[in-house]
Design a binder for this molecule. Structure first.
Ligand code: G6P
Length: 609
């Protein structure tokens, strides 16, 4: 996935680049590097490992420069090592490149450049870009980049500097994101907006086949044909305070605690108690079209997929429309069938996930309505879908998604209500009841967060187990999947989420005193069925922790431990049942000393296939 950053302006570049890389570190953290230019000389520092090591190396032996590039790597081609870390150079050492993505034809390019005498030093695909720019350099850097990109196949966001055309960064992209920040006499390019917010909130999102020529005098935008472009400047309302830990040990914990507010923010201005209406005119798809929806197809990856599964239950229950849920990575290669009454909803926190974006593009070719549910304003998916429903979670830094999941649930509840309203499948009374229930959710969540000690203590007792089963049914099934995913992601403990009814078809064979089961059992339509699961597990001496409604004496008498949550409408129970599961995973990982915010091998935004 990798993160790229570049800075040209009045400040010393290294602190800007290091701070920016720290904010991009979630994109990859196996090696890092920077390049700065001073007196027509490129100075490079690279390390294997995290940004902190790069920072330490620069403290021990400082570099000076006037402008430069930085990179944090998530290895695809070439193992993590100092040599394979970016920035990469051409043969002359005057051209330097940082790259996010995969150059699919790099071996062919490498072979042909070798025949022309180029010498390669790394195992990476990215190095060919520096040599291609070298090959084409004549006049300006942008001219060379314009020629080089014509030969590249694959996906890339790339930033290039050269001492032969100083005080200039040229950035280009196809696929992975790249954004340009327009400050006061300072300009930046980055993989996302977070590193830019300290300097400016005026952002240009590069589209595929855009080139940005960034100098201290300003930024010029070109297409791949070299024609000048007028780009829209977005004013971003996120502020730099939002990306600080503010006293929490980890971003993930801070983000878990932000969830009640995230629900409020995502609901704000979109509900009316007076009319029992949801107002989603902002999404840009007219009600007349939505009211004609005959089928909804939800496409997503990872945690967003789990939010989609909750969304399926919401929409089916509220609007009576059939909903299919699909993994983007599968759907994009399927011979899928969509008619003109289908509404395709793509859910993506980042709005940049390569598979989700590709699935959206494949869907658009067939013509149905598309709606994105995204957290990042003006991200690729948000721009390319016909409509967009933003989740207002603010920036999420922890790699394991928490508050953005809750924001996605909120968005799916709004969508379900909105479809029910425009299709007339739920009357005023029922809509009002659901709206009131939704508005009560943040307070219920706060109740859980007021006392997390019990969860922390329980986690301490379970810290040495190596396998967990998570069981839930109906809307608690996605909660089980998401709870198990959190544990896997950050503590590296094997955890399986399963629908309760399927337990007897396999997982029951695993149950013993070494495999605890987390049972998500709010008082809902499948409560009695889940009680049977509990009996079956107890018969096989399995240890059970139940997430259940407060004061549920029946559960308390049948399981080993209860993590209580306040009662809510059963349909909305995932809003509350997920909280103890997130916290349980968090505390287990923290107690085990795991790198909670940056778990191994993962990246927050998967912009390669
Ligand atoms: C990665 C992240 C997950 C996320 C998934 C989908 O795997 O680590 O937390 O759920 O991508 O990301 P998206 O931005 O499309 O929601």
């Amino acid at each position: 996935m990798c993160g790229i950053i570049g800075y040209v302006g009045k400040k010393k570049p290294i602190p800007v680049l290091i701070e920016g890389l720290k904010q991009l570190e979630y994109r990859g953290y196996d090696s890092a590097g920077i390049a700065v230019v001073l007196n027509e000389e490129v100075r490079i520092r690279r390390v294997k490992g995290k940004i902190a090591l790069l920072e330490k190396s620069l403290e021990d032996s400082p570099l000076d420069g006037l402008y430069g590039l930085g990179h944090t790597r998530w290895a695809t081609h070439g193992r993590p090592s100092e040599e394979n870390a970016h920035p990469h150079r051409d043969c002359t050492g005057t051209i330097v490149v940082v790259h996010n993505g995969i150059i699919e034809n790099y071996l062919d390019i490498k072979e042909s450049l070798k025949k022309k005498g180029h010498q390669f030093k790394t195992e990476t695909d990215s190095e060919v870009i520096a040599h291609l720019v070298e090959e084409y350099f004549e006049g300006t850097l942008e001219n060379a980049v314009l020629k080089a990109v014509k030969e590249l196949e694959g996906a890339y966001a790339v930033a290039v500097i050269s001492t032969k055309d100083p005080q200039k960064i040229v950035a280009a992209k196809i696929g992975p994101p790249a954004v340009v920040g327009l400050g006061e006499e300072e300009f930046l390019v980055s993989s996302d907006i977070n590193p830019l917010l300290k300097y400016t909130q005026n952002i240009v999102f590069l589209e595929d086949r855009d080139i940005a020529v960034i100098t201290p005098a300003g930024v010029q935008f070109l297409d791949f044909g070299g024609r000048k472009l007028q780009k829209k400047i977005d004013h971003i309302t996120w502020n730099p305070m939002m990306i600080e830990k503010r006293g929490y040990k980890h971003f993930m914990l801070k983000e878990i605690f932000e969830q009640p507010q995230v629900v409020r923010d995502t609901l704000q201005g979109r509900l009316s108690l007076d009319s029992a209406n949801v107002c989603l005119s902002e999404i840009g798809i007219p009600d007349e079209i939505l009211s004609d929806t005959g089928r909804v197809v939800i496409i997503a990856c990872g945690t967003s997929y789990h939010a989609g599964l909750v969304g399926k239950y919401f929409i089916e229950a509220m609007a009576g429309v059939p909903v299919d849920l699909e993994f983007a990575s599968e759907y994009r290669y399927r011979d899928f069938i969509l008619d003109e009454k289908a509404l395709v909803v793509v859910i993506s926190q980042s709005g940049e996930t390569a598979d989700t974006l590709a699935a959206l593009r494949a869907v658009k070719e067939k013509g149905p309505q598309t709606l994105a549910v995204c957290n990042v304003v003006s991200s690729s998916i948000a721009r390319e879908a016909a409509g967009v429903l933003y989740t207002h979670a603010g920036p999420e830094i922890g790699v394991a998604a928490t508050k953005t999941f809750i924001a996605q649930l909120t968005a799916m509840a709004l969508l379900g209500l909105h479809l029910a309203q425009v299709k007339g499948t739920a009357g005023n009374k029922e809509r009002l009841r659901l709206i009131e229930e939704l508005l009560r959710i943040p307070h219920r969540m706060e109740h859980i967060l007021h006392d997390v000690q019990k969860i922390e203590k329980l986690a301490a007792r379970f810290v040495s187990f190596n396998h967990f089963l998570y069981l839930g049914r109906w809307v608690s099934y996605p909660a089980a999947l998401e709870g198990a995913l959190k544990l896997k992601e950050i503590s590296y403990i094997h955890a399986e989420g399963y629908p309760g009814g399927e337990m007897k078809h396999g997982p029951i064979a695993l149950i013993d005193d070494k495999m605890p089961t987390m049972v998500i059992i709010p008082k809902d339509r499948v409560y009695d069925k889940m009680l049977s699961n509990i009996s079956e597990i107890k018969t096989r001496i399995g240890y059970i922790v139940a997430v259940a409604f407060d004061n549920d004496e029946t559960i308390a008498s049948r399981v080993d431990e209860v993590l209580p949550v306040p009662p809510v409408d059963p349909l909305f129970s995932p809003f509350v049942t997920i909280l103890p599961l997130q916290l349980f995973a968090y505390y287990i990982a923290a107690i085990r000393g795991a790198d909670v915010d940056q778990p191994r091998n993962l990246a927050k935004s998967v912009t390669v296939e």
